[in-house]
Design a protein around this ligand. Structure first.
Ligand SMILES: CC(C)(COP(=O)(O)OP(=O)(O)OC[C@H]1O[C@@H](n2cnc3c(N)ncnc32)[C@H](O)[C@@H]1OP(=O)(O)O)[C@@H](O)C(=O)NCCC(=O)NCCS
Length: 134
């Protein structure tokens, strides 16, 4: 089946968006998932027929900086180039900005380097009791 890509979040009305946040102890509900996509500066959806199979989102000040908090492809669709295509497309959406940052595990750094990004140092905090967004 053909994988399609879109930045049009109106499509969320028609798409099955279940199955994401794999391994999260307190995953966001579908309602919260839709809300975080709709609240994003830019997002790209990957879908197959009426099923969302991958997504990436960004938040931004719209002037200099953007952050990419979430990129996920459903396990059934891994290693088909969907993640790379989502990153390329969000990079295009953010090309007018100076800084585009994300945090990732060490093992994924080469993945992002192949997509034109640089290894960097970072810091973060997590409020685990807020993980579901509720
Ligand atoms: C990371 C992720 C988005 C990749 O999506 P994908 O569509 O399966 O990946 P692609 O098909 O674009 O790329 C496949 C390549 O990525 C590599 N890769 C995928 N996941 C990896 C991981 N966790 N660690 C290291 N390499 C990984 C594969 O080995 C493959 O390498 P190759 O091109 O040299 O053969 C997907 O594995 C995922 O959703 N993971 C869980 C969520 C996550 O970790 N998101 C990233 C947050 S920073």
């Amino acid at each position: 089946m053909l994988i399609q890509y879109s930045t049009n979040l109106d499509l969320l009305e028609k798409l099955n968006i279940e199955g994401f946040f794999v391994g999260w102890p307190s995953p966001p509900s579908s309602t919260v998932f839709r809300k975080l996509l709709e609240g994003s500066y830019k997002a790209v959806l990957a879908f197959e027929d009426h099923k969302l199979v991958g997504f990436v989102n960004s938040i931004s000040d719209g002037v200099l900086s953007a952050y990419i908090p979430l990129l996920e492809v459903l396990p059934t669709h891994h290693n088909k180039g969907i993640g790379k295509e989502l990153i390329k497309r969000i990079q295009k959406e953010l090309e007018h900005l100076y800084m585009v940052d994300l945090l990732c595990d060490q093992e994924l750094i080469s993945y992002y380097e192949k997509l034109g990004m640089m290894k960097a140092q970072g810091a973060c905090m997590r409020n685990y009791d807020r993980q579901s967004g509720n």
